[in-house]
Design a protein around this ligand. Structure first.
Ligand code: FBP
Length: 551
């Protein structure tokens, strides 16, 4: 059978995403208000020196108005980094917004992420092309990539390609790193009087590109709802069979926002939060002890089952593991081999290979089956790929060991059978729910309005997100205001500050207020699948994270 559209795809193609009221008559029917100048919270002097043209720009808000017609221009767009639900709608919103400014405007989609800009590999969008992708998940419209656009030669190459094609502006749809690079590019072109504007759109399921004005990154809402549905289903299975502990690792390269949101949605028996583990300076053994405690207490009530969420990034937040990974990266980059570490029989042998005593002990504490994941697969920079470390399996092994000890000491008399899961790719390309379909379309449309106003160095911003699209506020935030200086690969670099889970914030505090009860009892919530059609209270719910943050 040839490719066909599912019934939902057919119906969803006709969905008209909601825009903020102010944009509904077109990106040309707005007036632009410049608010207060925005400055970064850290490293102001250094950043001002690095970004003389794009530092301290004002916040922009669009209001109802009208603008004079303007000459047509061409825009290039890329998708950068990991997939996130709604990327196609950002492009559709950008396309429609540009056409509303001037029907002769053109949008070029550069293929495969930043690399496409350097290879000058693009497609020119038409109505027919765009229509096939409206409200669909995935990034397959033009593909994405993780090539970094950060060297001056690359910037010059991109400028040459843009000049050749007559492209006057670029839209970078990406996370914190891609938008950092977008901002550096904007500054470089402004400084050299290259007439190319650069605007970004905040993407990542990880939810860690956010601040006062960027209330959430797109894709986080849909992805966490997909994972929450799956977690709810597993909870129901656990509560039916009453024989398994399910250890579920959920994506989130660094921050634990996804795990926390899923916990608030589903109320599992436990959810580890990396940021808290780091603050408490716990070892992995202590993290396992926390889980063991819950298993033992539940067993005393004859509850030998449960669900435990683990954030993907956990390993790098356990201080001893972070140190170990750093030392391994270094030693492997300087001649030592994975086989040597795997063959070492004890701590003395590991120290002879160059590990410190503390790291040798940490390495030995890792279950042998998992040790390999710490010394194999490096990324192009020689770093361990943390997402490939199966921390859920590692913790299962450690908890088993601890339970055996307790059983032998007569402190535990339950049964422990486990299942492990990793949820990530299951959610990244889901068809955007109403929130992400609307939000993404609005972000793209707003980006068009920013470019129509000749702005550069801005991130498209749609705010007031819990109040319904009618009341959303569209505008732009200068990217330099989100930056700080961080040490990366031995150099000080300006980067957008990653938003980690705030331990004094309302989402985490709400979790803390409930977690003991969730551990001791079964308070499971079963969110069910995303609904695309139906009552607003079922279809248009925002994440609990954003609801709590805004109240
Ligand atoms: P972005 O930050 O680029 O949006 O990617 C997020 C993410 O999905 C992480 O949650 C995950 O750790 C990573 O991408 C996986 O990367 P890859 O797609 O290369 O396997």
């Amino acid at each position: 059978m040839t490719n066909r559209l599912s019934a939902l795809q057919e119906a969803r193609a006709g969905y008209q995403p909601k825009l903020p009221a102010v944009l509904r008559n077109g990106a040309n029917q707005v007036s632009l208000t410049e608010g207060e100048n925005q400055y970064p919270a850290y490293d102001q002097e250094t950043l001002e020196g690095l970004f003389p043209n794009t530092y301290g720009l004002p916040i922009i808000t669009f209001e109802e108005g009208s603008s004079a017609g303007q000459a047509a221009f061409k825009v290039g767009v890329i998708l950068s980094g990991g997939q996130a639900p709604g990327g196609h709608n950002v492009i559709a919103g950008l396309y429609d917004g540009l056409k509303s400014l001037n029907p002769a405007n053109e949008l070029l989609g550069f293929k495969g992420g930043p690399q496409g800009l350097m290879d000058n590999d693009f497609v020119t969008f038409t109505d027919e092309f765009i229509n096939d992708y409206r409200n669909t998940g995935g990034f397959d419209i033009i593909g994405s990539g993780r090539t970094k656009l950060e060297e001056e030669e690359q910037f010059d190459l991109v400028a040459a390609n843009c000049e050749k094609e007559g492209v006057a502006a670029l839209v970078i749809i990406g996370g914190d790193d891609s938008n950092t690079n977008a901002c550096v590019l904007a500054e470089y072109y402004a400084g050299k009087n290259v007439p190319i504007k650069v605007v970004g759109c905040p993407k990542t399921i990880d939810g860690d590109l956010k601040n006062e004005f960027i209330e959430t990154s797109f894709g986080f809402d849909t992805a966490t709802k997909v994972y929450s549905e799956l977690i709810g289903n597993i909870q129901r299975d656990a509560n039916s069979a009453k024989k398994y502990y399910h250890f579920i690792r959920v994506m989130g390269r660094s921050a634990s926002h996804i795990a926390l949101e899923c916990a608030l949605q589903t109320q599992p028996n436990m959810c580890l939060i990396s940021e808290e583990i780091e603050k408490d300076g716990l070892t992995l053994e202590q993290v396992a002890e926390q889980i063991t405690d819950v298993v033992v207490k539940r067993a005393a009530k004859d509850l030998n089952f449960g669900v435990i969420l683990i954030p993907e990034g956990i390993i790098e937040f356990v201080p001893a593991m972070k140190t170990l990974i750093g030392e391994l990266n270094d030693l492997l980059a300087h001649g030592k081999t994975a086989e040597e570490f795997l063959g070492a029989q004890d701590e003395v042998a590991l120290e002879a290979l160059g590990l410190t005593a503390a790291s040798a002990a940490s390495f030995i504490s890792i279950p042998p089956a998992i040790r390999k994941q710490f010394v194999m697969d490096r990324d192009p920079h020689g770093n361990v790929q943390v997402s490939l470390i199966e921390s859920e399996k590692m913790l299962i092994e450690m908890v088993k060991r601890q339970l055996d000890v307790k059983k032998a000491a007569g402190e535990y008399n339950g049964k422990f059978a486990s299942q492990n899961h990793f949820f990530g790719y299951e959610g990244r390309c889901a068809a955007p729910n109403n929130f992400d379909a609307d939000y993404c379309y609005s972000l793209g449309y707003t980006a068009a309005a920013l470019l129509g106003a000749g702005k550069t160095g801005y991130l498209s911003s749609v705010r007031n997100l819990t109040q319904g699209a009618d009341n959303w506020i569209a505008g732009g935030i200068p990217v330099t205001s989100m930056m700080n200086i961080e040490r990366r690969h031995g150099h000080d670099k300006p980067v957008i500050k990653k938003a980690l889970v705030e331990l004094d914030g309302s989402p985490f505090q709400t979790f803390v207020a409930n977690r003991d009860q969730w551990a001791a009892e079964n308070c499971y919530v079963y969110p069910g699948p995303i609904q695309y059609f139906g009552p607003a209270e079922v279809c248009d719910q925002t994440t609990i994270t954003i609801q709590l943050e805004q109240n």
